[in-house]
Write a protein that binds this ligand. Structure first.
Ligand SMILES: O=C(O)CC1=CCC(=O)O1
Length: 241
């Protein structure tokens, strides 16, 4: 039986983010998209998910979904068969960066969703070009479906998150670190640092994509996930190669 695949969407995103990957990969894998909003701490969100997920699974998370994936790895390393981290960061939030989320929370509480989306995932963090505006519209539509309360819980969890570097250094499963070349929110350099922490990680930088890589460059993202999910469990580490 091939690994079941659990997809965790990012900040203000729902299953639309992974539409093309679900369509392609569900031909061979049981694919599940899980909510990333059942608590105000990574620990609470991960606990709620671990009660519902299959015994063992391949785990792929985007943005705040990647942070929850790292928490799941910390809590239940034996259940994670392989790991994909997309457009995400292993670092705890600095006090200044945590405080910088407060204006977006005020916008959310006063029903100014478009402004909150622009504050949290600015258009400039997506790849430039003719498709950018369509991606912004998709992001606003996803945010409306996720809902203000859930988005505020995601922000609280990001503000309070721990440093996942020690967890990632212990990770021994095939890992994909994927990012968009144009992601201005979490730049390529940060993903290079993330990949360097993990003994069996491969970094894939997708050209023509920004922070919403799975949706901006769906075919390249699906191809990278296909390669990752077919990798053997026992790999050569970068240092062995
Ligand atoms: O908190 C950060 O590191 C920046 C960020 C905002 C959305 C996201 O995915 O990361």
């Amino acid at each position: 039986m091939r690994d079941p695949l659990v997809l965790l969407p990012g900040l203000m995103c729902d299953s639309r983010l992974f539409r093309d990957q679900i369509e392609a990969l569900s031909a061979d894998h049981a694919v599940m998209v899980a909510p990333v909003s059942q608590g105000e701490r990574m620990e609470e969100i991960a606990s709620a998910l671990l009660d519902q997920l299959p015994p063992r699974f391949a785990l792929a998370g985007h943005s705040v979904g990647g942070m929850v994936a790292m928490e799941i790895l910390r809590r239940a390393p034996d259940r994670v068969l392989r790991l994909a981290l997309m457009n995400t960061s292993p670092l705890a939030e600095t006090p200044q960066a945590a405080a910088d989320y407060e204006p977006a929370i005020i916008k959310l509480k006063s029903g100014r969703l478009d402004e909150a989306v622009q504050a949290l995932i600015p258009a400039e963090s997506l790849a430039p070009g003719s498709r950018r505006q369509a991606m912004v519209s998709e992001q606003v539509a996803m945010a409306a479906r996720v809902g203000e309360g859930a988005i505020i819980r995601q922000i609280r969890a990001m503000q309070r998150r721990r440093d996942y570097q020690p967890v990632l250094r212990r990770c021994r499963v095939p890992t994909l670190v994927l990012c968009g070349a144009e992601d201005a929110l979490i730049p390529v350099k940060r993903h290079g640092f993330l990949a360097e922490l993990i003994p069996y990680a491969r970094l894939e930088v997708i050209e023509g994509a920004g922070h919403l890589t799975p949706m901006e460059e769906p075919e390249a993202t699906t191809a990278a996930l296909r390669t990752w999910i077919a990798q053997p469990y026992v790999l050569q580490s970068r240092t062995d190669a």
